[in-house]
Design a protein around this ligand. Structure first.
Ligand SMILES: [Zn+2]
Ligand SMILES: [Zn+2]
Length: 332
């Protein structure tokens, strides 16, 4: 009998699904690409044909220009070559999908990036039992346990209200994290205008066009220092220590990222208020998901593989690591 999943080839530039003649999240231009979500390490331009959710295609068009795309809705099955392909919510960012592949009586789930906790900006992760689960492991160490999101948002609001003469500048990735922080603030009752850096404007608009409610947003470029005092400003992480921030009223620098668990990282980036808010599964979510899916094999990519590999071994689950290159955590 052939090895389980012998029709899936892990290559350095991505996962090749041979009987579909298609690549998943390839780092090089390919004739046919299945894209899990819009972060730039997964969704690159230059493919001849792209299959993705409508949201992911829209994100790719904003970031990489026009796509020869075919939009697949969640849960609809499409035949690609000799493979049944289905996109299922991954709970990571707007439009993010796990890709479910069925061929030769085997089911393989490629998770892409995912998380299990609720996110008001996207559909919740749907567990799909499978023979092979290909999982990310960005935070694949037991030290990574993300706290409750609501309590992190409360810390942010508490800091904001403690000094109305200052603003709180929150570093958040332009795709996903920025919009999630805004909606989480709204869910905690914060209805004041939120200021944004120009680099996140188009993605804010895109989220709104897909029905995500962000409340009143204002562009920092059109505001005075005085107007922004006592308010939250959202900017991409690269802007935190940039000249740009001088236009803000004595900003308290915050950063929303799973990496903020590591104090040293916060210090290196001059972050005064580290907020541990991540769009990736933490250690408990990774191990819980594997326990729940009960796959025969786990293939691990994209992060700290060793600890999860060891965890699988001690739980009698066959596991291996895939050496894909070019996946940086744009999105943490
Ligand atoms: Zn991602
Ligand atoms: Zn990723």
């Amino acid at each position: 009998m052939a090895r389980l999943g012998s029709w899936i080839k892990a290559q350095p530039e991505g996962i090749y699904v041979e009987p579909a003649d298609a690549w998943i999240d390839p780092s090089q231009p390919k004739s046919k690409a299945l894209i899990t979500h819009g972060h730039s390490d997964h969704a690159r331009g230059g493919h001849s044909a792209v299959l993705a959710t409508a949201e992911t295609l829209a994100i790719m068009e904003v970031r990489c220009g026009p796509q020869n795309g075919q939009a697949l809705g969640y849960d609809e099955t499409n035949r690609v070559g000799e493979v049944d392909v289905r996109f299922v919510p991954a709970g990571h960012v707007l439009g993010s999908a796990q890709i479910v592949l069925e061929h030769a009586g085997e089911r393989v789930v490629v998770s892409g990036d995912y998380k299990r906790r609720p996110d008001p900006t996207c559909a919740c992760f749907v567990p799909v039992p499978c023979d092979i689960f290909i999982t990310e492991a960005t935070f694949g160490l037991p030290v990574f346990r993300h706290p409750d999101t609501g309590s992190e948002i409360d810390r942010l609001l508490h800091r904001l209200h403690s000094d109305p003469s200052r603003c709180v500048l929150v570093g958040a990735y332009a795709l996903g994290k920025a919009q999630r922080i805004i909606t989480e603030l709204r869910a905690r009752g914060h209805s004041d205008p939120i200021y944004f850096h120009g680099a996140i404007e188009r993605l804010n608009q895109l989220y709104q066009s897909f029905g995500v409610k962000l409340g009143e947003l204002r562009f920092t470029g059109a505001a005075t220092k005085q107007e922004m005092a006592g308010h939250i400003v959202i900017a991409p992480p690269s802007a935190l220590n940039d000249r740009w921030s001088r236009r803000l009223p004595d900003p308290v620098t915050a950063m929303a990222s799973g990496w903020m668990r590591i104090r040293q990282r916060a210090r290196q980036q001059n972050v005064e208020l580290p907020l541990i808010i991540s769009d990736h599964a933490d250690w408990d979510e990774l191990t819980m998901t594997i326990s729940e899916l009960e796959p025969t094999e786990v293939w691990i990519t994209h992060g700290r593989e060793e600890a999860l590999l060891h965890w699988c071994m001690t739980h009698q689950i066959k596991a291996c690591e895939l050496n894909l290159v070019g996946y940086e955590d744009e999105d943490d």
